[in-house]
Design a protein around this ligand. Structure first.
Ligand code: PEP
Ligand code: MG
Length: 874
């Protein structure tokens, strides 16, 4: 069977599974050709050929050589050029084409077919000798580095030597003889130093490049990448070969990049850049030509036909893909060619904008728009911005390369960045430009600032990918690496000084600016509306403070699913009163302290109820072991003893009494409520009185949900509920007002799951606590497992941290069982989840399947949970 497949505008050989057999680039060129779009004519040698060659011992199999020869003959016919021809020689480009982009594969080799003879023919044909020889020189360099593993720096040195001995006037040769002498020096070096010879036969050149390209699949970097990404070693490599377009000469030649949509508005419009006379390879390095904005008047005036055609092409590709696209194109000899197209890469903000705009245009529906968004990526939109009220000193300006603002201490190298971060500092990585070896430094940085580059430079692309704020091309700033300073006009900053960057405006500020969260309006809000229409589950938040509660409301939380009351006791004067309560020697002493805590708790709850304005609020009774509240260290102990008027010895004895070896399984949760029912009574009173007060102010009933943690036995809930009911009766009598409330239970112990049907007889609602449930089902400590769990992940014993993402087959089974048992007793029971996993998209998918009523998560996860819940329901 044939193993090579040809393509040219309007015609492409059909292949059953294009990406698998032709790789991304090959499949893409075949697609463009089939869509009748202008591509350079060519053919792709498939992965099947790679497999055959890989098992052969002696170079490329004979059958493949013959096939390639036939294919090249076909190209000669289509182009009217001849490989090794005496006139109009055909030149070819060879590209590696794997099914996924990966590092380590052979780079593109251009201008195959150039030799000592054809270079002169091309020079004559085009009337451009420097162009022909420049191409030949580049070909020799890339061929040698791919096929002979030559060091590119050696060629630089040869050129330097030649420049000196021949006394060139310019950076490159300026006479034909100078060019010929340089090439002769190159070829002599290859023979004398490398012990090789550059094949002069074009066909031999081509086969050598294909063979070396195939072999690059085994490159260690590529192998490591495949291992990390689960790509089979057998997937193999295809190689795409196409006719060269002379895009680097003349007025109407060059290379560009175009997008089908405006990233700022999401609207359909041709955007991108074009560089005159630049080669496609140079573009990655910032290009040698002058960049022209495709949307500018200069572009439309200079290239009316090309711009018009390009706009039409990207539209056709977008229609075919059903998504925004980007293309790489070339213009040579006044003809426009597409080299590659793909779904447009985009920042999260752009992705939201484009998805919403496409839904608005009716190109896709709302559900499809939602499915195009990775919920976790929305976190990037919740990035801070600089508070503008502040007097901030702008010391420089660059390109807004990746959104969000960040402050940190200046680090000039990735190593310095790692070091400072290891010391617990926040840093901004400041470089002239970034290279792949800087990426680890970018990962730990708050943000990245570069002096050179633009919005598509390495720093910008990487920063957007990892969601870090980035400013590039702040050209007015100067780095002195030796002195470790950053200079902006008269301002000189040293390594370790604070700066702030604004990746949305491109500004660079001196010092640490105050940052605030962004307004979540516009397309983001529209996407959230889509999500709210699509989802079934409710989304609540875990919040204790008014600040968190307000943030969560702004993010669209539909109530509080978990208010951890212990967090309300840790601060300020409360910790003192709390200590007084814990250290009291009898019930009377405890009650005295609780009387002081009551008004504080009550006013907290009033505020939460008011912020939540009638939405459900679940308040959990005190959960953690008491010793967490006690003073630690000698000074704190001495101070506490003094303020409580206790002898230090007595305090130390009491602390010792409260000490537990395994506090997470000790005297915590509802066990405290049962040991000290007066705590429950105080908390219930605070909650119920607050409900009456807040309800009275708003003229609307507040129905608090009181939740008991760490329940394992139904009788535990019975015991506590009786106390709550008694307090409610008292409060009603005292205030002369009925108060409605619900009493429910956390389900976070295996025993609670097993007895969920019985516990449901007394509970109005359940909330699954996946933190404790994971801890107790697995028998691993939520506080001490990070070390060995990372080993487990590395050894692939587990795939993910079970505390972050639900372990479906273990902990998930328990939850499913709990749901089933609870509903058996009480079909209308409200079931939620409030552990960390309530904000994890994968887990949310599971909770949807299990039929939970809502998830509750930290405020900043609320938008993520809304979209994840919607996706799960679609
Ligand atoms: C849980 O255990 O999942 C939970 C929400 O409670 P906490 O994290 O406070 O123990
Ligand atoms: Mg818990």
């Amino acid at each position: 069977a044939r193993k090579s497949f040809s393509f040219r505008r309007g015609a492409a050989d059909r292949v059953a599974d294009p990406v698998e057999s032709l790789g991304l680039k090959g499949a893409n060129l075949a697609l463009l050709a089939a869509l009748d779009l202008p591509v350079p004519p060519g053919f792709t040698i498939s992965t099947a050929a790679w497999r055959e060659a890989a098992s052969a011992h002696d170079g490329l199999p004979q059958s493949l050589r013959a096939e390639v020869l036939t294919m090249v003959e076909g190209l000669e016919e289509v182009t009217g050029r001849v490989f090794d021809g005496d006139s109009r020689p055909l030149l070819l480009a060879v590209r590696s084409s794997a099914r996924a982009a990966m590092p380590g594969l052979a780079d593109t080799v251009l201008d195959i077919g150039l030799n000592n003879r054809t270079v002169e023919t091309i020079a004559l044909e085009l009337g451009d000798l420097p162009f022909a020889f420049r191409s030949y020189r580049r070909f020799i360099e890339s061929f040698s580095s791919l096929v002979f593993a030559a060091d590119p720096a050696e060629f630089e040195e040869l050129a330097d030597a030649e420049r000196e001995s021949a006394k060139w006037q310019l950076a490159e040769p300026s006479t034909p003889d100078e060019w010929r002498a340089l090439i002769a020096r190159y070829l002599a070096y290859i023979e004398d130093e490398l012990g090789e010879s550059l094949p002069q036969g074009p066909f031999e050149q081509l086969l050598k490049v294909v063979e070396a390209g195939f072999a690059s699949w085994r490159n260690p970097v590529a192998r490591a990448f495949r291992a990390a990404h689960g790509i089979s070693e057998n997937a193999g490599l295809a190689v795409t070969i196409h006719a060269m377009i002379f895009n680097e000469r003349g007025e109407k030649s060059g290379t560009g990049h175009a997008l089908s949509r405006d990233a700022v508005t999401g609207k359909a419009a041709l955007c991108g850049e074009f560089r005159l006379g630049a080669s496609e390879e140079d573009e990655d390095f910032g290009g040698s030509g002058k960049a022209i904005d495709l949307a500018s008047e200069t572009a439309t005036a200079a290239f009316p036909a090309e711009i018009g055609a390009l706009a039409d092409y990207v539209r056709r590709i977008e229609t075919h893909l059903g998504d925004a696209c980007e293309v790489d194109f070339m213009v040579g000899d006044g003809e426009l060619y597409l080299l590659q197209s793909r779904v447009a890469r985009r920042s999260v903000a752009e992705a939201v904008r484009i998805a919403v705009e496409m839904a608005r245009e009716g190109v896709i529906d709302e559900d499809e728009a939602l499915l195009r968004i990775d919920p976790m990526s929305l976190e990037q939109l919740l990035h801070p911005t600089i508070e503008r009220g502040e007097a901030v000193e702008v010391i420089g300006r660059g390109m807004p390369a990746s959104p969000g603002a960040a402050s940190g201490q200046i680090a000039f190298t990735a190593e310095a960045a790692l070091q400072l971060v290891a010391e617990g500092r926040k840093i901004i990585l400041v470089r002239n430009e970034t290279l792949p070896e800087d990426v680890h430094g970018m990962h730990v940085a708050e943000g990245v600032l570069t002096i050179r580059g633009g919005t598509t430079s390495h720093a910008a692309v990487v920063a957007r990918g990892i969601g870090k704020p980035c400013v590039t091309g702040a050209g007015a700033l100067r780095i002195d690496f030796a002195a470790e300073t950053l200079t902006a006009g008269s301002t000189v900053l040293a390594a370790g000084d604070f700066i702030t960057i604004d990746g949305a405006s491109g500004e660079v500020l001196r010092g640490e600016a105050r940052l605030s969260r962004p307004m979540l309006t516009g397309d983001f809000a529209t996407l959230m509306e889509f999500a709210d229409r699509a989802r079934r589950m409710g989304v609540r938040t875990n919040a204790e403070t008014p600040l968190e509660a307000r943030a969560a409301r702004a993010f669209g939380a539909e109530g509080i699913g978990l208010c951890r009351t212990e967090h309300m006791f840790f601060e300020g004067e409360r910790i003192g009163v709390m200590r007084e309560m814990i250290l009291a020697s009898d019930e009377a002493g405890r009650r005295a302290a609780l009387d002081k805590l009551l008004p504080m708790q009550r006013s907290d709850f009033v505020e939460l109820f008011e912020i939540m304005a009638g939405l459900p609020v679940t308040i959990r009774l005190l959960d953690p072991p008491l010793h967490e509240f006690l003073p630690k260290g000698d000074t704190e102990i001495a101070e506490t003893a003094a303020s409580l008027n206790l002898p230090e010895k007595a305090l130390r004895d009491r602390i010792e009494k409260l000490r537990e070896f395994n506090p997470m399984l000790g005297h915590r949760g509802c066990r405290l409520a049962i040991s000290y029912p007066e705590i429950v009574e105080m908390q219930a009173r605070a909650i119920l009185e607050a409900a009456i007060i807040a309800g009275g102010r708003k003229g609307k009933d507040v129905v608090p949900e009181i939740m008991l943690p760490l329940v394992g036995l139904r009788r535990e809930l019975d015991f506590v509920k009786q106390r709550i009911d008694a307090v409610a009766a008292q409060v009603t009598a005292e205030r002369g007002r009925e108060v409605s409330y619900k009493v429910g239970s956390m389900i976070e112990l295996p025993r609670a799951v097993m007895r969920a049907d019985s516990i449901a007889e007394v509970a109005d609602f359940f909330s699954f606590g996946t933190n404790d449930l994971t801890q107790t089902v697995y028998g691993i400590s939520r506080d001490d497992s990070a070390n060995f769990l990372s080993t487990y992940q590395r050894e692939r014993i587990i795939e993910r941290d079970p505390f972050q993402t639900i372990d479906v087959e273990g902990v998930g089974e328990f939850i499913a069982m709990g749901v089933e048992k609870a509903r058996r007793t009480r079909p209308d029971i409200t079931l939620g989840v409030c552990g960390e996993q309530g904000g994890d998209p994968v887990s949310i998918g599971f909770f949807e399947q299990t039929g939970l009523d809502y998830v509750s998560c930290s405020p900043f996860r609320v938008p993520i949970a809304r979209v994840a819940a919607a996706q799960a329901a679609i």
